[in-house]
Design a protein around this ligand. Structure first.
Ligand code: ZN
Length: 510
């Protein structure tokens, strides 16, 4: 594996994360080490590598004057091959239980065996159970002098505040295209893999900030028959064919339902939803550039530029912006949802004017440049919209909704202070995670407050609201709220900055 082979052995070899490198090297040099660190950030950005480098630098027998490890002494060698007694790596994804943390606590009472510091790296720390977190917290509250914890996570918002507050936190950023292109070119040179700069760049773009992905793509591409061309690399990386993107945008601009078929066809070819969304976004960038600047962003043929130019004349900048916002929202939502293609489909529905969200207050704004034909389309859409709305209405069990409304009305003048509310609300989220991970994630990303017997939940996206207010989910939330707060509380889930939010604020005088 190239990623393992080229894992940096000193801080200066790390790609990106410059300020993190600098702070940690200074800390080592000045012996100002925290007991606990939290490394958060997307996968492949160097969290575990940095954690191991820190362990190595701290235990090196003859460190360099700048704080870097020597990479020659016994401790450096042992850490390099993963055989150091005082570097303990725990994967929280497979050790979530209290027993593992108990064992860990008994172990850390022991003195170090080989080095000066005992370093625990807990990977994917957000996966620990509540009991395990409590165990960890007790350890962090009274850490033995020579023990350092490095907690790594891709989901920092799933780590309890009590743990976060005891850690020095570093946020690892996704690597940029220049950094990744440089890394890919360097490793390719060392491995004698012949690739053009365009291929290295393509890999960099499609790795989405992850050095691990970049090197694994390079490995995949290297398995192709030589010479490696840009075309071959595109196929391996799941870069959507330009011709397909032209068709999809033709349909999208015409607000033609055919777009659903085209999307389905691409997914059936084996492309992932994120491949597709990224392809659409890149194409959109070219559309915006050709419309406003006259040239595409990425190099392409004259024929394609002419096609895009024609499309760009048929769509307004406002609509392009709208498609962009919807695609970004879909990409964000697709990560947490199953089925992952649903957000993309909803995005298209929203754009072509068949929004299924009953609470959507966005106004249809037909482009003024549209002719009589466009008016016809709008009329048809309106008809279609009412059809879809009634189907959706049937999907909701209205009795369930009524029950919730009645429940809301029963609320007494129950008082609750802010700190208690926050603590209990966190418990609600943790409990709901067992039932449905997406719901817990959505609630975690929302702003929740307690006001006059009601929990007000402000969500950032319409789709969150739609899913959280589905009868099955809504009832579950009510149930969990009841059990945690020992009272049936009202629950209002509203869209951030929506007119609904205004109405609620007005009604409650807040
Ligand atoms: Zn050393």
């Amino acid at each position: 594996m190239l990623y393992q082979k080229y894992r940096p052995q000193k801080f200066n070899d790390l790609v990106g994360q410059d300020y993190i490198k600098e702070i940690l090297l200074n800390a080592v040099r000045l012996h100002k080490i925290s007991h606990a660190y939290l490394f958060s950030g997307p996968r492949g950005t160097g969290k575990t590598t940095t954690a191991r480098l820190l362990a190595k630098a701290l235990n090196c027998l003859s460190p360099k004057s700048d704080g870097e490890p020597c990479n020659k002494c016994l401790n450096c060698e042992a850490i390099k091959i993963g055989k150091h007694m005082d570097l303990i790596e725990i994967d929280a994804a497979s050790n979530t239980g209290i027993d593992d943390i108990r064992e860990l606590r008994s172990k850390i009472m022991l003195a170090t065996s080989q080095g000066r510091y005992k370093v625990y790296i807990i990977d994917e720390v957000h996966m620990l159970s509540k009991a395990a977190f409590n165990g960890l917290l007790k350890t962090l509250e009274e850490p033995p002098a020579n023990v350092i914890f490095i907690l790594a996570t891709t989901e920092p918002y799933d780590v309890p505040e009590t743990i976060l507050s005891r850690c020095q936190r570093f946020d690892f950023k996704p690597l940029d295209v220049t950094e990744l292109t440089h890394l890919v070119s360097k490793v390719a040179r060392q491995e004698k893999i012949k690739i053009d700069k365009e291929v290295a760049q393509l890999i960099a773009i499609y790795s989405q900030g992850s050095s691990r992905d970049a090197l694994s793509f390079l490995e995949q591409i290297n398995s192709l028959r030589k010479p490696i061309t840009l075309e071959k690399a595109k196929r391996v990386l799941g870069v959507i064919d330009f011709g397909s993107l032209v068709h999809i945008f033709d349909a999208l601009i015409a607000k033609d339902k055919l777009v659903f078929e085209l999307i389905k066809t691409e997914l059936a070819k084996g492309y992932s939803v994120s491949n597709l969304i990224n392809g659409l976004l890149k194409y959109l960038e070219d559309l915006i550039f050709i419309k406003n600047v006259g040239v595409p962003v990425s190099p392409t043929t004259k024929e394609l530029v002419a096609k895009i130019k024609k499309q760009s004349d048929q769509i307004s900048n406002a609509d392009l912006t709208r498609i962009f916002n919807l695609l970004i929202e879909a990409r964000y939502l697709a990560r947490d949802l199953d089925p992952e293609n649903l957000p993309l489909e909803i995005t298209i529905l929203k754009y072509i004017g068949k929004e299924p969200n009953l609470n959507n207050l966005e106004q249809e704004r037909p482009d003024s440049s549209h002719s009589a034909q466009a008016e016809k389309i709008v009329l048809e859409e309106k008809k279609e919209k009412s059809k879809i709305t009634s189907t959706i209405k049937q999907d909701f069990d209205e009795n369930d909704l009524e029950k919730n409304v009645k429940l809301d009305k029963k609320i007494s003048n129950f008082k609750i202070n802010e700190a208690d509310f926050d603590e209990n609300w966190q418990k609600v989220i943790v409990e709901l995670k067992k039932f449905n991970h997406s719901i817990a994630t959505f609630l975690n990303k929302a702003n929740a407050r307690f006001h006059k017997g009601k929990i007000l939940v402000e969500v950032p996206f319409g789709l969150y609201q739609k899913i959280l207010t589905q009868p099955k989910n809504n009832q579950k939330i009510h149930k969990v709220v009841h059990s945690i707060f020992h009272k049936p509380l009202g629950l209002e889930i509203y869209l951030k900055d929506s007119k609904g939010a205004e109405a609620i604020k007005k009604a409650f005088g807040i």
